[in-house]
Every structure is written in C-alpha cells, then in structure tokens.
Design a protein around this ligand. Structure first.
Ligand SMILES: [Zn+2]
Length: 142
C-alpha cells in the first residue's frame, strides 16, 4: 500500500485534497453514494489498497473474488498500470429499488505505451446503509 499525504490531490482526480475526498472512505466511513464509492475504489487501486477493493465488494460477488489468485491479479494490474484519469460519465439510481445504482465511468489508463483506457457501467448495491460494488454491467448500445 502506498501512503499519501492528506493534503495531496486525491488520486481519483476529483480535484479535491485526499483528506476531503477518498481518505475518509478508505478509513472506514460509510459510503452514502455510488459515485463516491466508484471514485474511492479507483483511488484505492492507485494506492494499492487491495483490502479496500475486496471490502467494498458486495457479498454476492465477494466470494468469487476474495481469493489469493484474484488478489494477485488485481495487484499486478495496479502495479503495471498508470492511472491517468477518471471521468464519471453518468450515474443513476434504479427507479424500482433505491438500493441499486449504476455509475458509468471512463478510466484513463496506460500500460507502458499502450492505452488501456476503458468505459464501464458498474452496478452498485446498498447493504445496511453502505454502498458496495456488485459487478460491471454490459454497456447498452446507443
Ligand atoms: Zn477521491
């Protein structure tokens, strides 16, 4: 895990200081909004905070991912990736279920000279007042 000074810009590219952005979440504050969760997971990758990545998985997905192999995979991903930016493109809550929400984002990434940026629509669910990441949803064709 990388340590970052609280007054440094947040690694999620919000433009805020880390202490005013993702740090409280990384320290265990409840996450009241799927966009904030999304941002804090991005910055957790930047900081190699793999415990946070695992702990913010919804129980439905966590059992699939909290294995040594999976951790090794995301750790390698974090170590070999340059995290160059994050744009939140869209976010919405389900009309049927206020405990379900989506965030569509553009992660600006590079692996050496290769642009590995991607757009993902992530599904989030709330459990006991805490938003958690479920999985990526297929992007709708527009
Ligand atoms: Zn942040």
């Amino acid at each position: 895990m990388i340590k970052i000074a609280p007054n440094k810009p947040c690694p999620c590219y919000s433009g805020k200081k880390y202490k005013k952005c993702c740090r409280p979440l990384h320290q265990g504050q409840k996450i009241d909004d799927p966009v904030r969760l999304m941002r804090s997971r991005y910055s957790a990758y930047v900081l190699y905070n793999m415990d946070y990545i695992v702990n913010t998985m919804h129980p439905e997905s966590k059992h699939l991912t909290d294995t040594p192999e999976w951790r090794a995979g995301i750790t390698l991903f974090a170590e070999t990736t340059d995290f160059n930016g994050l744009e939140i493109l869209d976010s919405e809550l389900s009309l049927d279920d206020i405990n379900t929400g989506w965030v569509t984002f553009h992660a600006i990434l590079a692996n050496g000279d290769d642009d590995t940026s991607y757009v993902e629509r992530s599904l989030f669910k709330k459990e006991d007042g805490q938003w958690l990441y479920l999985h990526a949803d297929p992007l709708e064709d527009t």
